[in-house]
Design a protein around this ligand. Structure first.
Ligand code: ZN
Ligand code: ZN
Length: 370
């Protein structure tokens, strides 16, 4: 795999400048518009208006998702095509990006110049997701449904419950599977190779919840689709649950400074997810929930110390050479062994330098005292 790493470094040398230039110039107008919000952000600092925003944005968006979701499905509008999903993202971005600028949690995370790979991962992931993942996922779920009678799911689904409760129930059940898959990806090194791409991000904001390796997405989407296929909830419930998952996902990685109170103990929130992205493995191996957080509370992996704030210094600490470019990230699961070796060599040389310095200091001490 050493050769793969060399190939990656070779490709990166050529394409990284293109990646950086595209990111810098294509996004320049958006960056300019967002910067216009800064004076307003400074003006509302410490005001009651800001407090109201911090308290109300999250519950307001949850309610809006339910209202808009049920209205859309009532009118026969569901998001099916590639363009549909892009439009949904643009709508989220048009609202989330200005709000992140107005009430930022970390000023450091406002600097986006180092992360053009998010855009490539998003579009690449979308093309892969729609044209490769989808047919495979449909085939896998069709097989499961064929093996287990679809009537089974219909019989157990509580259709008599209020639709909002049905959505929350479906969200919680599917997140149970997601919780265990996510936990497995953190505790098994072979799985971590894929998931590390998501954790290589050095800042969190509304857009990078979608940052993951396409092959990780393939396995996870099949695993998550199976409960949906078996449970057989009505189609409108599945649609609204899906939409609610998108809203929660954008908030989970947002850089907005929100005051969530009890929501931090129900959903996978920005605050508890920031701990999940911690550089420390001990802290990072917590808060696995994708949509809800109570599976973590139940299975002992919840972490939210009172009176403390998570650090905004996030990423993969032990691997300073971990790639940043699109090509590098695509190849990172395959070059992981070489990256690990590079890390060990780096640690070894650090240890040697410390030892040499200690010996030198010791000798100097002896010569001055003899
Ligand atoms: Zn994770
Ligand atoms: Zn994340």
């Amino acid at each position: 795999m050493k050769y793969l790493r060399q190939l990656e470094l070779f490709l990166t040398r050529f394409f990284r400048p293109v990646e950086m230039a595209a990111h810098r110039y294509l996004l320049a107008p958006i960056r300019f518009l967002l910067k216009q919000i800064d004076p307003l952000a400074a003006k509302i600092e410490g005001t009651l208006f800001k407090k109201i925003l911090q308290l109300t944005i999250y519950p307001l968006f949850l309610v809006l998702t339910f209202v808009i979701g049920f209205k859309l499905v009532e009118n026969g509008i569901t998001f099916k095509t590639f363009t549909d999903t892009i439009i949904v993202f643009l709508v989220f971005g048009a609202v989330f990006a200005p709000l992140e600028r107005l009430i930022p949690w970390s000023k450091r995370w406002q600097d986006d110049t180092e992360l053009p790979s998010d855009w490539f991962l998003f579009f690449g992931g979308k093309v892969w997701g729609d044209y490769i993942n989808k047919p495979l996922r449909i085939a896998a779920t069709a097989w499961v449904v064929q093996e287990i009678s679809p009537e089974f799911g219909k019989q157990i689904w509580p259709i008599q419950l209020h639709p909002v409760l049905q959505v929350l129930l479906l969200l919680s059940v599917s997140d149970f599977f997601r919780y265990w898959y996510h936990r497995w990806m953190h505790t098994n090194e072979l799985m971590w190779r894929w998931h590390a791409v998501h954790h290589s991000s050095e800042r969190l904001y509304w857009f990078n919840g979608t940052r993951s390796h396409p092959l990780e997405g393939l396995v996870s989407s099949i695993i998550w689709a199976i409960p949906f296929a078996l449970i057989k909830a009505p189609v409108e419930i599945v649609f609204v649950t899906n939409l609610l998952g998108r809203t929660i996902g954008r908030f989970q990685h947002t850089n907005m400074d929100l005051i969530l109170g009890p929501f931090d103990y129900i959903f996978s929130s920005p605050k508890n997810h920031r701990y999940h992205h911690s550089k420390s493995h001990v802290i990072g191996h917590t808060n696995y929930g994708g949509d809800v957080i109570f599976w973590d509370i139940l299975f002992g992996t919840f972490y939210l110390p009172k009176g403390e704030e998570p650090s905004d210094d996030i990423g993969i600490e032990e691997m300073p050479n971990y790639p940043k470019s699109f090509f590098g990230l695509m190849m990172a699961p395959f070059t992981y062994g070489t990256l690990k070796k590079e890390m060990e060599e780096l640690n070894q040389s650090k240890k040697l330098t410390t030892l040499e310095n200690q010996t030198e200091n010791h000798n100097a001490y002896r010569s001055t005292n003899s």
